[in-house]
Each structure stands twice: as structure tokens, then as C-alpha cells.
Design a protein around this ligand. Structure first.
Ligand code: AMP
Ligand code: P6P
Length: 331
């Protein structure tokens, strides 16, 4: 029998993939590679806690509210601690903006040349009901000189300046999907080996699709343009798919084609989603996969951030669907 059949290859691990990509940059010191590995390690730890949340006392609310005024879930806190600790111990990151912390977090790694914006656990209100949730991260090169703490300006760069962006989806399987500007690759976690393996190489988003994701409970406050686009989807017999977990909705649309919309509403007049650690990283990924992302007026990645936790309307997905939505929004 062919040996190959006796012991099928397990595939490319995330670590090996990261190292191979580093080789494309002769001047690279290995800091970004280590940063990506640090994020993957934290993801493995959070995955373990998410997967057993019903068995240990980590479900439910923590009893505090975050900077957004949202009830923090216990797992929000745990995920925040895990990612901040991994990034601090890795040494490559000087400053972190986290959804769970109002102020920038200075890691003390003043020689670190990277800044990270992160939503440690998005959609965490879904944890108790076993719905997929996710981590979303964005990596920038600092603009301030090394040797001192990172600055607000380091954190308020437009999305076009991202060095890397990605998300982890803790779902029926756990996946890490990321880009460094040369395409989008997805890795599936094999818990028995404790490794992420390349399972979705060079992801390309379908140019169009028949799935639209929006909370139609807010329809009474949709702008005429948003209402017109939603009607367009209905007139063309689209499927409405809205999980209430951004990473899950985004991931499905990335693979199958579709559009996710979180427009300005009466409750969230600037949209609900945060520019730095939700909109921009997913916008980087979607463009790298051939899709499109807009705030209804301009390309998400070109928005000049004014505050670290600022919100933005988000229209993100297949190129043709987002373009159609923009036409409706612009009347
Ligand atoms: P470094 O000196 O390791 O921080 O790398 C310098 C630059 O090279 C990074 O900011 C990236 O633009 C690129 N680079 C280094 N390592 C990688 C990698 N593993 N994957 C993709 N790009 C990389
Ligand atoms: P709504 C979760 O809180 C989240 O940030 C995203 O994951 C999700 O898509 C959205 O908010 C759901 O918000 O207002 O529709 O419940």
C-alpha cells in the first residue's frame, strides 16, 4: 500500500504558514509573525473556555457595563484578559485598544512597533444560548517612535494603514481567518492536536449573492435608502439571515456571498458597530477577498477615525450587493 495512504498528511499548520509568509519579506525581524502566533495562542485558550462555558461558572453577566454601556458578560472579561496578556507577554505590541476598556492599554513594551485594536469577544450575549461568537482584531504599525508608550495617533489611523486583520469564529468548528494584505486565508482548529490547520486557502467572496443580514426590528427607523435596499432584496427573493453575531453573519456571507448591514438607527444614530475593531478589520478582509465595505457614503477603510471607540454604519459584503446598497443610499 502506498505510504501516503497509510498516513495522510495533516496539512499546513498556521505556524508554518506564518513562517512561509515571513520569508517573502527578507527584512522581517519576526515580530509580526510572533504577534500573529500570540493571537492564535489566546484564541486557543478562549476557545477552550467558550466551549465549556456551560460547565464552569463563566456564563451570564459579569455585573459591569463596558464603555459602550453594554452589560459585560463573564466571558467578555475572560477573553479580554487572555488577549491582553498574550499581547503584553509577546512584546511586539506597545498599545492596545479594546472594546472592553475605555482607555488605551499601554503594555509597557515601548520598543514594540505594533498597535492592536480588538473586540475580544463579539456577540457575547449569544454565549448562553450556544450561538457562534467571535474575536475581531486589527494590527497597525505605530507611527510614533519606538522607545515610548504608544499614542492616540498610533491608534487613530485609517483602516487603509492596517498591517493585518482577522477574526476567530467560535462556532461548530473554531476558525481563524486573517489577511496581511496578500489575500485571505482560513484555518480550522483541531483541538486534539491544539493546532490551526489551513482549511480555506485564498478565500474569494462571491461577487454577488442572495443573502441579506440586517435587524429588521429597527425597520421603523431605517432611512429611505436602507428601506429601499431591503425592499430590493425582498423583491429579488433574497434570504434573510441574521444571527445577531457579526462574526458569524460576516463569515457565512464571506463564503456564500451576501451583505451585512448595520445602518444608523434611532437607537444607534451613528450605527452600532465600532470602526477600529469591528468595521475596519472586516473591511480589510472583505476587500482582500474581492468584496466591498462602506459606511454608506465612503469606503470604510478611508474613514479618518476621531475617537478610539467611535461607531460607524456598516454595509459590507459582496461587491455587487454593497454597490447596489450604496446606490439606494445615495438616492
Ligand atoms: P517584522 O519586522 O517581522 O515586524 O516584519 C516587517 C513587515 O514585514 C511586517 O510589518 C509585514 O508587512 C511583513 N511581514 C513580516 N512577517 C510577515 C508574515 N508572517 N506575514 C505577512 N507579512 C509579514
Ligand atoms: P442588534 C453584537 O452585540 C453585535 O455587536 C454584533 O455582533 C451583532 O451583529 C450586532 O451587535 C447585533 O445588534 O442591535 O441587531 O441586536
Amino acid at each position: 500500500m502506498d505510504d501516503h495512504k497509510l498516513a495522510l498528511p495533516v496539512g499546513t499548520t498556521l505556524d508554518r504558514f506564518i513562517m512561509r509568509k515571513q520569508e517573502d519579506f527578507a527584512y522581517a525581524t519576526g515580530e509580526l509573525s510572533q504577534l500573529l502566533r500570540d493571537i492564535a495562542l489566546a484564541a486557543k485558550i478562549v476557545n477552550r473556555e467558550v466551549n465549556r462555558s456551560g460547565l464552569i461558572d463563566v456564563t451570564g453577566a459579569y455585573g459591569n457595563r463596558n464603555v459602550q454601556g453594554e452589560d459585560q458578560q463573564k466571558l467578555d472579561i475572560i477573553a479580554n484578559i487572555r488577549f491582553i496578556r498574550a499581547l503584553r507577554n509577546g512584546g511586539e505590541v506597545c498599545t492596545i485598544v479594546s472594546e472592553e476598556d475605555e482607555d488605551m492599554i499601554q503594555t509597557g513594551n515601548n520598543q514594540g512597533k505594533y498597535v492592536v485594536a480588538i473586540d475580544p469577544l463579539d456577540g457575547s450575549s449569544n454565549i448562553d444560548v450556544n450561538v457562534s461568537i467571535g474575536t475581531i482584531f486589527s494590527i497597525y504599525r505605530r507611527t510614533s517612535p519606538t522607545g515610548s508608550a504608544g499614542t492616540v495617533a498610533d491608534c487613530l489611523q485609517p483602516g487603509t494603514q492596517q498591517v493585518a486583520a482577522g477574526y476567530v469564529i467560535y462556532g461548530s468548528s473554531t476558525m481563524l481567518v486573517y489577511t496581511t494584505g496578500n489575500g485571505v486565508n482560513g484555518f480550522t482548529y483541531e483541538p486534539s492536536l491544539g493546532e490551526f490547520f489551513l482549511s480555506h486557502p485564498a478565500i474569494q467572496m462571491p461577487l454577488s449573492g442572495t443573502i441579506y443580514s440586517i435587524n429588521e426590528g429597527s425597520a421603523n427607523s431605517f432611512s429611505p435608502g436602507v428601506a429601499a435596499f431591503v425592499q430590493h432584496c425582498k423583491d429579488h427573493h433574497f434570504s434573510a439571515r441574521y444571527i445577531g453575531s457579526l462574526v458569524a453573519d460576516f463569515h457565512r456571507n464571506l463564503l456564500k456571498g451576501g451583505i451585512y448591514l448595520y445602518p444608523a438607527t434611532a437607537k444607534s444614530p451613528h450605527g452600532k458597530l465600532r470602526l477600529l475593531y469591528e468595521c475596519n478589520p472586516l473591511a480589510f478582509i472583505v476587500e482582500q477577498a474581492g468584496g466591498r465595505s462602506s459606511n454608506g457614503k465612503c469606503r470604510t477603510l478611508e474613514i479618518e477615525p476621531k475617537e478610539t471607540h467611535e461607531r460607524s454604519p456598516l454595509f459590507i459584503g459582496s461587491q455587487e450587493l454593497v454597490a447596489q446598497a450604496e446606490l439606494c443610499l445615495q438616492g
